[in-house]
Design a protein around this ligand. Structure first.
Ligand SMILES: N[C@@H](CCC(=O)N[C@@H](CS)C(=O)NCC(=O)O)C(=O)O
Length: 204
């Protein structure tokens, strides 16, 4: 059976769990990372030398890097659904997956400061700069989503990484400029059971 290592509150683990549940896969999840440890053990580092989550093992095949895992599961189990068959549609989806890390780089300070840093240690100026940069970046998918249900037209793997980061953006107590297409897309994601189960959970 597919094995997935990673704590459920990791944004990158959420991507893998969401994809696995969209595909209806059976899997065993093992808590790892932060308070669960595991990632620094020699056994785990043999699987993932980065000592990070997520990692998967599928019939002896070990893979790390959340977006590569989502691509692998989609290619193996989701041809024509999560995995677009047409090369251009697939490249379009992969572009949004890669871009999600561009957004994450800008947004990270907001999330880590407000959720995982005690108030007295926060840097309000850095938080505000990161919030502003993130808001500006989100105008890009907002524009791309005009007249579309999902980033690729219909739901596919391209929605998964950004959907996980945007969930954090939407649920944090921060000022958000109006991005009507992005908001409608997020509300659409919230109707998906696999998103609600794995992604739209309380921030921690
Ligand atoms: N690019 C990697 C990044 C992995 C990563 O940074 N994982 C974080 C959680 S989101 C982690 O393992 N942090 C250390 C920990 O949880 O102990 C991926 O997408 O898989």
């Amino acid at each position: 059976m597919l094995k997935i290592w990673g704590r459920t509150n990791s944004v990158n683990v959420k991507k893998v769990l969401w994809a696995a549940d969209e595909l209806g896969l059976r899997y065993q999840r093992v808590d790892a990372g932060m308070e669960f440890g595991v990632v620094s053990t020699p056994e785990y580092r043999k699987l993932n030398p980065n000592a990070l989550v997520p990692t998967i093992e599928d019939d002896g095949f070990v893979l790390w890097e959340s977006h590569s895992i989502v691509r692998y599961l989609a290619a193996k189990h989701g041809a024509g659904s999560l995995w677009p068959i047409d090369p251009r549609a697939r490249a379009d989806a992969e572009r949004w997956m890669d871009w999600a890390f561009t957004f994450q780089a800008a947004f990270r300070t907001v999330f880590w400061s407000l959720v995982r840093t005690p108030p007295e240690k926060r840097d309000p100026k850095a938080i505000e700069e990161a919030r502003k940069k993130s808001a500006d970046l989100l105008a890009i998918p907002d524009e791309a989503l005009a007249g579309r249900q999902y980033l690729g037209g219909s739901f596919n793997m391209g929605d998964i990484p950004l959907g996980c980061h945007v969930q954090l953006w939407m649920r944090l107590p921060i000022e958000r400029p109006a991005h009507p297409n992005l908001t409608a897309w997020f509300e659409r994601l919230c109707t998906r059971p696999a998103f609600r189960k794995n992604v739209d959970i309380p921030l921690s």
